[in-house]
Design a protein around this ligand. Structure first.
Ligand SMILES: *Cc1c(COP(=O)(O)O)cnc(C)c1O
Length: 401
């Protein structure tokens, strides 16, 4: 991983702040995920983690499709990678978005409620050309989780009251509607569950087995096949230990065992964060260093309006200081006192604009550059970049396009 720091060292000063995506690193990681899944589970990328067109294109050879969650994502992904199948999930799909998805021939709909199923059924019925195949539907179910979700879960979408998916008590009625001819434009295709994020491989496997077992029982009660079970995303990313990775090899082995036990069903996973997070960096420079009530702060060009991730998740974004020797002014260079940790903040007039707290940064000076890692997912695309009207970052892409 030397390419990115060297690239950032060599960037002209007026190119900062900048996002740098290493597309070769991204491809290498996606190829690793793909090979660990070993053809025993399909790999669908959750686009909301990072919809950057170059990222989507780089991933294309390694994924079986993309999971999209809005009409905007349906249009964007259909135009960027036209040949790969899309699955349309997410709560609150409008009739206009559903119509867009039908027009774009989205392969799967992850239906989130009884009402949404009826809206989809009526639009699919109107839309269907006489030769159009029926639309494949997965019911997104908010399954109960035995023993509850692990305490280390980062976000819980299910296993407890939530706006996501259908209540398990409604599943039988909706399977019946999908399999008794009530909705001729739709075809029952199985179950989707995305219950939590921040889970380790053993935790994911435990959940996957519960989801598949529950889904197989549902299909058996209705004496219908179970073509597909999508066990969602949420594979853990450890921002405190950036070199640790989700154990894709163990996960793949466990999924292969699960697939052996359910040969009638295709298993599918749809990670977002754990796919793209490692391929992106946010680089900037130190505008000022100051002491306040005994603590040291480095004020950076940019901030959480570009990289909102640490503010929204409440963590410290992992970072490295790249020392710069030039100092253009005749007065002394502001510097962190020896042995003092430094809190990195941005330019926004709010105490929430903190990227990393109390980082050991020996010798840090104004004018040095700082490189934040793990900025390839839920980073630029979730940031409130119009707040305070600072300039937007530049975007650079390393590696083959
Ligand atoms: C956000 C989301 C994902 C991806 O979650 P990650 O934590 O980024 O892996 C997958 N499926 C659904 C339905 C989602 O909402």
């Amino acid at each position: 991983m030397t390419a990115v720091p060297d690239f950032v060292r060599a960037l002209p000063a007026d190119e900062l702040p900048a996002y740098v995506h290493d597309l070769d690193a991204l491809r290498g990681h996606a190829a690793h995920i793909r090979s660990c899944l070993g053809g025993r589970a399909e790999f669908q990328y959750a686009v909301k983690a990072n919809p950057d067109a170059r990222v989507l294109t780089a991933l294309a050879p390694y994924v079986d499709g993309y999971e999209v969650s809005s009409g905007g994502e349906v249009d964007h992904v259909s135009e960027t990678v036209p040949d790969l199948p899309l699955a349309f999930g997410g709560p609150g799909k409008t009739p206009a978005e559903i119509a867009t998805a039908l027009r774009r021939k989205v392969a799967r709909f992850h239906v989130e409620s009884a009402h949404e199923l009826r809206v989809l059924a009526s639009l699919a019925h109107h839309h269907a050309a006489s030769d159009a195949p029926p639309v494949g539907v997965l019911l997104r179910v908010n399954l109960p989780v035995a023993g509850g979700l692990p305490a280390t879960t980062a976000l819980a979408m299910g296993g407890r009251p939530s706006p996501f998916g259908i209540d398990p008590g409604e599943a039988d009625d909706l399977v019946r509607q999908l399999t008794d001819g009530s909705h001729p434009g739709l075809r029952w295709h199985g179950v989707h569950a995305h219950l939590a994020s921040g889970l380790t491989a053993p935790q994911q496997l435990d959940l996957a087995r519960q989801i598949v077992t529950w889904s197989a029982a549902l299909a058996a009660r209705h004496r219908v096949p179970l073509p597909e079970v999508n066990i969602g995303g949420g594979m853990a990313v450890d921002y405190a230990r950036p070199s640790e990775r989700f154990d894709w090899a163990a996960f793949g082995t466990g999924l292969a065992d699960l697939a052996d036990d359910h040969p009638e069903s295709v298993l599918k996973v749809e990670p977002g964060r754990a796919v793209t997070v490692y391929g992106g960096w946010y680089a900037t420079d130190v505008l000022d260093v100051k002491r306040s009530h005994g603590e040291t702060f480095a004020v950076l060009r940019g901030g959480t309006h570009h990289l909102r991730t640490p503010a929204t998740k409440g963590h410290d974004q992992p970072c490295t200081v790249l020392a710069v020797d030039d100092w253009p002014h005749p007065w002394p260079r502001p510097a962190a006192p020896d042995g003092e940790p430094v809190t990195f903040v941005g330019q926004l007039c709010t105490p929430k604009d903190v990227l990393a707290r109390r980082v050991p940064a020996p010798g840090l000076r104004a004018g040095d550059r700082v490189l934040f890692a793990l900025a390839g997912a839920y980073a630029w695309n979730i940031s409130h970049h119009d707040f305070l009207m600072h300039p937007k970052p530049r975007f650079h892409y390393l590696g083959a396009p």
